[in-house]
Ligand binder design. Structure first.
Ligand code: BGC
Length: 440
């Protein structure tokens, strides 16, 4: 490796590794923003009411679910056994194209309604309660009324803001003649994760303490928290904005240039979540290519175009245990890029820096929430976690755990239990629908 590349890499590494003190300060301002949001004094955390109650654990029966919060979604029927078990009985999937992401809400909801219709089968009679996991920001006015706020994760539908997504879905179902499916609850994916874990815990033991936080680290990132008398709130923590001190030059440029969401919006998410991490790495590679001999020949392939490098690639690189990173070589070749071992190692270094930082930031924000609930972290806390980055990147859970230990010390960190809840969005939506049905 040429010395100039070495020096540039070292500079990038330093910019991507915030100090422990800076992360402490981040956790502290996160906690302050929670207070500000709850008091209605503005700030970057919306602290949205969810109208969701914690499950008792004995809810049972058949309910429908719908999971939409990005490119892929699914709808189906789930069965709750009343003992903490909930299983998918049947399901259908749908997928959106890049064009769909800027289309009209009617177009998008027609696709979703068609999928729901397939999932219902021929039955047009049996009334079906539906739990709708809508994993974008929304201001709930009731458990079944969610007014859309600006979308995230690269979506921008025309004239969606200010409209009730439950109503949009009901209209799309009516257009297809489906009248026996009605939304009984709409909830964010973070709330679904939280509710599912509580359902499971209390299904085994009625007196089990509930999950207090739902955390998603996937295409986007967000937290929900059970704040006792104030109810379960959707923080929309991806929008946390007190990150200036942590930003590297590549973050400032990405925030400015990514287009959707606009600059200044979802700033935490832009440094943490799957929708952006591949793009950060691609930008670092392009930067090195223009200033050193490293990666010079790479700019011909897919790495040249914005968003040309998916975050899933970072997981594949991390999983590549071969001495000369031969799987990474195959991956790059598939993108039209010839690479040297030295370049692949440098790529892996960059990927690790970006993902490690993501895990540490997630830990700092989580401690912000937990220390709002329990300032000295004296009690045990249960956190439900899901998301493609958390579940898909090898060792991501350890990165968060290490971040918690770094910031809270191992004794306090040991009291925080993070439980990965697979498929939590769909199953949790079903649980929430059953809770709402029983309470109605
Ligand atoms: C959305 C949240 C969602 C998170 C994880 C964010 O972009 O704003 O509502 O919970 O992604 O899916």
């Amino acid at each position: 490796m040429t010395t100039d590349a070495d020096a540039l890499l070292a500079t990038m590494a330093a910019a991507l590794a915030p100090s422990t003190a800076a992360l402490h300060a981040t956790g502290k301002s996160f906690r302050e923003e929670i207070g500000r949001g709850l008091a209605g004094r503005g700030g970057s955390l919306k602290m949205l009411p969810t109208f969701v109650r914690q499950p008792r654990g004995d809810e049972r029966g058949q309910v429908m679910f719908l999971d939409w919060g990005g490119t892929y979604g699914r709808a189906g029927i789930a069965v709750l056994s009343g003992d903490g078990r909930v299983e998918v009985e049947r399901e259908e999937v749908f997928e959106f194209s890049d064009e769909d992401k800027t289309a009209s809400p009617e177009h998008v909801f027609d696709t979703i309604a068609a999928c729901l219709e397939r999932a219902t089968g021929r039955d047009r009679i049996t009334p079906r309660p539906l739990g709708f996991a809508y994993s974008f920001p929304a201001r709930l006015e009731r458990i079944d009324r969610a007014i859309a706020l600006p979308l995230t994760k690269g979506w921008r539908l025309q004239r969606l803001e200010g409209r009730d997504v439950v109503e949009l879905l009901a209209q799309a179902l009516a257009r297809r003649g489906v009248r026996n499916v009605a939304v009984s609850a709409v909830a964010n994916d973070t709330v679904a994760a939280l509710a599912l874990l509580t359902y499971r815990a209390r299904g085994h033991d009625r007196l089990a303490p509930p999950a207090e936080v739902g955390l998603i680290v996937g295409t986007g990132t967000n937290q929900a928290a059970d704040l006792g008398a104030r109810g379960i709130r959707n923080l929309e923590s991806g929008n946390f904005a007190a990150v200036t001190a942590l930003q590297a030059p590549c973050d400032v440029a990405l925030d400015r240039e990514v287009g959707e969401p606009p600059p200044g919006v979802q700033r935490f998410e832009k440094m943490v979540a799957g929708h952006y991490l591949g793009e950060i790495v691609r930008r670092l590679v392009t930067d090195l290519a223009s200033r050193s001999t490293l990666f010079r020949s790479w700019t011909a392939g897919a790495l040249r175009s914005p968003s040309g490098f998916d975050t899933a690639n970072l997981s594949r690189i991390e999983a590549d245990g071969s001495p000369d990173l031969s799987d990474t070589e195959r991956l790059l070749r598939g993108m039209g890029v010839e690479s040297s071992v030295e370049e692949r190692e440098a790529l892996r270094t960059l990927a690790r820096l970006v993902v490690t930082r993501s895990g540490r930031l997630v830990a700092a924000a989580l401690l912000g929430t937990l220390s709002h609930m329990d300032p000295r972290l004296e009690s045990p806390h249960l956190v439900a976690v899901d998301g493609s980055l958390y579940g898909g990147y090898p060792g991501y859970d350890r990165l968060v755990r290490r971040g918690l230990e770094e910031l809270a010390g191992s004794e306090r960190a040991d009291r925080i239990r993070l439980e990965f809840v697979k498929e939590s969005t769909a199953l949790g939506a079903a649980v929430i629908a059953a809770v709402a049905r029983d309470g109605a």
